[in-house]
Design a protein around this ligand. Structure first.
Ligand SMILES: *Cc1c(COP(=O)(O)O)cnc(C)c1O
Length: 452
């Protein structure tokens, strides 16, 4: 007979379906399937941990977002924010749904070109565009969103040398009532920097002012901040028309809408509290329509929504390594998912659901990752049913920023699969391996041999 695992007993109060401040326990069902594919089968086949992306959810999200804006405003264009998740399969899903590409580096620009996005449908943001990046953007007819005056002068010079007009917009930062203000990017509205840049562009022979851009922050919880920002961009656009008889083609409101995740330290869960896309759409569209644009001259409205469209489309599956007690008796569960692949655990309280049936008994638990680092905490306090070694868990809504900000540290990064709308599973990024990683390393000749 197999020897049973033994843990010294500890007397601790267990909660038996006790109501908490939101009513009775909400996470009473295990998450055994994702889009009808069994979590257990996925783990058996691809190992643990494993990122799982639902193509169906991505498509539903972008269609819902488009509908929210298109029912309120006549001309709308989404551009997928590459840095939020630049896996080619994810980007191409958005491109198939009609989204342009929004990139913030030469690398991302190349990735968009490689995904066959026409250069004129690539929006190039960010403070770090090299001269080569600018040349590439101009020759591809991309939309260059200028961040600072040094960049403006570089574009002026490079476009002059190339004898080709650069299609530009400026990024504008402004007081929207949200503090701290994101005023390190772009030109300020209130102190006149924005007008300064606009005048320079309008007087230039080699730049065409196509639009105005802002990106007021990320995980914004206030639709009203977008109304304020849209109003200020509309003022600038109408000012340019009055002064130069030049019509701006688009207003780009950036990204930043909150997803339904819960920020650490918030009292109510994000699913109850965070505004819906409709609320953001209403704030932006009604401001633009109510501004002084003639009704037949409304600019195209561009949105660079990232996290709100992808967060809930991805889950991270993991496995329990061990349970133990801290010195003060608190229950801890160690899982094979560390903060190096789940960056967002630093600011979200990610929902964690067991992937198999479990007891009704729960206990407050600290969930640790596998790294030899004290900061490797996935949840510092979560009410979880009692899990055993080798049980599987599903960490929900991890689609934004984790698969781009992750790092290879102590462990190799896990594979990523995507479930297509027919329920077929595709590996869209392979599990890392030592050989591939070593391809980047060189050992100098004199360090090759040693005796111990
Ligand atoms: C990061 C970024 C976005 C996307 O932001 P989300 O918060 O993911 O919606 C959009 N535009 C710009 C300029 C960005 O830097």
């Amino acid at each position: 007979m197999e020897k049973q695992r033994y843990e010294r007993p500890l007397i601790q109060k267990l909660e038996n379906n006790m109501p908490n401040k939101f009513g009775t326990r909400t996470e009473s069902a295990p998450m055994t399937h994702i889009d009808d594919v069994a979590v257990k089968d996925l783990m058996d086949k691809y190992g643990s941990p494993l990122f799982v992306i639902s193509e169906k959810t991505i498509r539903t999200n972008i269609r819902k977002a488009r509908k929210a804006f298109e029912t309120r405003y006549p001309k709308v264009q989404f551009a997928w924010s590459y840095k939020t998740n630049y896996l080619d399969a994810v980007c191409r899903t958005f491109h198939q749904e009609g989204s342009w590409a929004e990139v913030v580096s030469g690398f991302e620009f190349d990735k968009a070109l490689n995904n066959k996005v026409d250069g004129s449908k690539i929006i190039f943001n960010g403070p770090d565009k090299t001269e080569d990046d600018i040349k590439k953007a101009i020759s591809n007819n991309a939309l260059i969103h200028i961040d600072h005056l040094d960049e403006l002068y570089s574009i002026q010079e490079i476009a002059g040398e190339m004898k080709k007009k650069a299609r530009v917009a400026i990024r504008v930062n402004m007081d929207t009532g949200i503090y701290p203000m994101w005023d390190r990017f772009g030109f300020n509205y209130e102190n006149g920097q924005a007008w300064d840049a606009l005048n320079k562009i309008m007087r230039s022979e080699v730049m065409v002012l196509e639009g105005l851009h802002t990106h007021i922050g990320t995980f914004m919880l206030s639709p009203n901040a977008y109304a304020v920002a849209a109003g200020k961009l509309a003022d600038l656009a109408i000012g340019v028309k009055d002064k130069y008889q030049h019509e701006i083609r688009y207003i780009d409101m950036g990204g930043g809408f909150a997803s339904k995740n819960s920020l650490k330290g918030t009292y109510l869960p994000g699913s109850d509290m965070n505004p819906s896309i409709d609320e953001f759409a209403e704030a932006i569209a009604s401001t633009l329509i109510n501004s002084n644009f003639p009704p037949d001259k409304l600019p195209l409205l561009i949105l660079e929504t990232g996290r709100a469209l992808i967060d809930d489309a991805a889950h991270l599956l993991g496995t329990v390594i061990s349970n133990k007690r801290l010195s003060d008796g608190r229950r801890t569960t160690i899982i094979d998912v560390g903060v190096n692949i789940l960056f967002t655990s630093f600011w979200y309280d990610h929902k964690i659901t067991p992937a198999q049936p479990f007891t009704q008994y729960t206990e407050n638990t600290v969930v640790y990752g596998p790294l030899c680092m004290n900061i490797d905490v996935i949840r510092d306090n979560i009410n979880l049913p009692l899990l055993n070694k080798d049980d599987h868990i599903v960490i929900q809504s991890v689609g934004a920023y984790n698969m781009t900000q992750w790092m290879q540290f102590i462990t190799l990064r896990p594979p990523i699969v995507m479930i297509d709308p027919e329920g077929e599973v595709h590996v869209i990024r392979e599990k890392e391996n030592l050989d591939r990683l070593l391809e980047f390393e060189n050992v100098p000749e004199h360090l090759k041999d040693f005796t111990l």
